[in-house]
Design a protein around this ligand. Sequence first.
Ligand code: 5GP
Ligand code: MG
Length: 178
Amino acid sequence: MDTIKILDKKFALSISERDILAAIDNVAQNMNRDLKGANPLFVAILNGSFMFAADLMKRLDFPCQISFVKLASYYGTTSTNNVLELVGLSENLNGRTVVIVEDIVDSGLTMTKVIDLLKSRGAGKILISTLLFKPSALKHDLKLNYVAKEIPNDFIVGYGLDYDGYGRNLKDIYTVVK
Ligand code: 5GP
Ligand code: MG
């Protein structure tokens, strides 16, 4: 189906499952070339990255580990600032090569915060892999090491990404119809 409706919005098919998987093949080839012997820990950011993480990991042929984390924000008791925390990361990161697995980089704020949190846990080299990247939305100074696909600055759903919790189950990616 080329057009779908989720809640109040219409979405049109924009990246087929076949094109998504071909882009992931390409990222995996680059990782298989670069990360042999690095013994990396992949850190996948839930919820959005679950499909990307699964299809990427199946294509890697070197020893590696993966951990799934959630970014949680809460209000500290002594300050009014909200504090971000990585929930679910129990591995020792000391000096470890860490590869972040993200669904989409938009302004880059989330990735900047995740990098700070991983550094504060002692991570060594930190690399970013993302399924999607909106170059025209980027506002932070970030080096993205592995990008499967660049997309325009429009809202998308599917293949793990949601609109108000729905649409994560779609195997293709859809763009909102304005
Ligand atoms: P950033 O911090 O880079 O501005 O935003 C990253 C986060 O915003 C992503 O992890 C994702 O959760 C959400 N996001 C950004 N753009 C989109 C989009 O087009 N669709 C969906 N579903 N989420 C998005
Ligand atoms: Mg995300």
